[in-house]
Design a protein around this ligand. Structure first.
Ligand code: COA
Length: 332
């Protein structure tokens, strides 16, 4: 079985910078609260005319180009987003059309902030099985569309930023590769961070009603402490589990790329895991929480800045609503 590796990465963030002072115009909050509780100073917001696939297109093109491929050499497209272009069909269909790769299979996954790692796991298995040669995994989020400045929505809304990242996965002919992907979920905690409507479990004939909008059921609702505590615990456990599965110690890891949930969470993970902070990619202060787009953007930025170099062992860990959590170990 041929192992797989990341052949190329790319990312795109919209140019509009939104400071905490701009966020203060959208809701009752303060720069002090946001910085102290989340470490976020700025984030990017898309223009109203830009959709998830608009942000993803330049990220996909950059990743494909870096892989030395043309779009028509992609055999499978996997997309993750919680802010799709439309309610249905899946966003991957709109992405396929925009990228100009008609006919190939597309898969939408909904793994929230762990989307990249789940996507890499699927890509890796298809490539190992010999089914596909080149798989594009793209994560794109326009979370600014989901800001709710109400009392109940502001705890998560202060974190949200927009962006997209993509990776092309293909066969490896040397020791570079995706060494492991480990996936977890706990659906009993799904309502700790969720959006109730539209849906089929609302106990009435309508999928979406005016009341859902008026009462805020269309917005994220998060139990902040539960998410914080579980996020720290699960991402820390995921690091140790990945080390154990691969027979490695922390010293063998060159770079850790955690999901950029919130700076305080990252600091708690760094402390719990005991990894030097200079080995950890952190950009949440500049970009906020971009859900699934965080990981592929952080990887691409770290590669382009030289923090991640060829031969490095890079560990990815993510945690998100569901709850979902996962790790991947890469040899770059
Ligand atoms: C979001 C977070 C910073 C909120 O902090 P918290 O202490 O848990 O906040 P709570 O929701 O319990 O509220 C505590 C107080 O802060 C207030 N508060 C919440 N959000 C606020 C905001 N944006 N601005 C000002 N005050 C806010 C609440 O109203 C509450 O005040 P009260 O006690 O007077 O009612 C924190 O929960 C957190 O970081 N959680 C993890 C979130 C995360 O990373 N999510 C992404 C998942 S991938």
């Amino acid at each position: 079985m041929t192992a797989s590796r990341i052949l190329g990465t790319g990312h795109f963030v919209p140019p509009k910078v939104v400071t905490n002072f701009d966020v203060m115009k959208m809701m009752e909050t303060s720069d002090e609260f946001i910085v102290e509780r989340t470490g976020v100073h700025r984030r990017r917001h898309a223009d109203p005319g830009q959709s998830a696939t608009d942000l993803a297109l330049p990220a996909c093109r950059a990743a494909i180009e870096e892989a030395g491929l043309r779009p028509d050499q992609i055999d499978l497209l996997i997309m993750n987003t919680i802010t799709p272009d439309h309610a249905d069909p899946g966003c991957a269909f709109f992405m396929q059309d925009k990228l100009g790769v008609p006919g190939i299979g597309v898969i939408d996954i909904r793994q929230q902030c762990a989307g990249l790692i789940y996507g890499l796991a699927i890509a890796d298995h298809f490539i190992r099985a010999g089914t596909y040669r080149h798989v594009l995994v793209v994560c794109s989020e326009v979370l600014s569309r989901r800001i709710d400045g109400s009392y109940d929505g502001r705890n998560i809304s202060i974190l949200l930023g927009d962006g997209a990242g993509a990776t092309v996965v293909g066969p490896s002919d040397d020791d570079r590769g995706i060494l492991s992907t480990i996936l977890h979920a706990d659906g009993s905690q799904a309502k700790a961070l969720y959006t109730a409507a539209p849906g089929s479990a609302l106990g009435r004939p309508e999928h979406l009603s005016k009341g859902d909008i008026d009462e805020g059921h269309v917005h994220f609702r998060m139990h902040g402490k539960t998410v914080f505590e579980n996020g720290v615990a699960k991402m820390s456990e995921a690091v140790f589990e990945s080390l154990k599965v691969n027979g490695l110690t922390l010293d063998d890891i060159d770079v850790l790329v955690p999901h950029q949930a919130n700076l305080r969470m990252l600091e708690a993970i760094i402390q719990r895991v005991g990894i030097p902070q200079e080995k950890v990619v952190i950009n949440v202060d500049e970009y906020g929480n971009m859900a699934s787009a965080c990981l592929p953007i952080a990887i691409d930025q770290a590669r382009r800045s030289g923090m991640i170099r060829p031969g490095h062992r890079v560990m990815l860990v993510a945690f998100g609503s569901g709850f979902v959590w996962a790790s991947a170990l890469l040899r770059m």
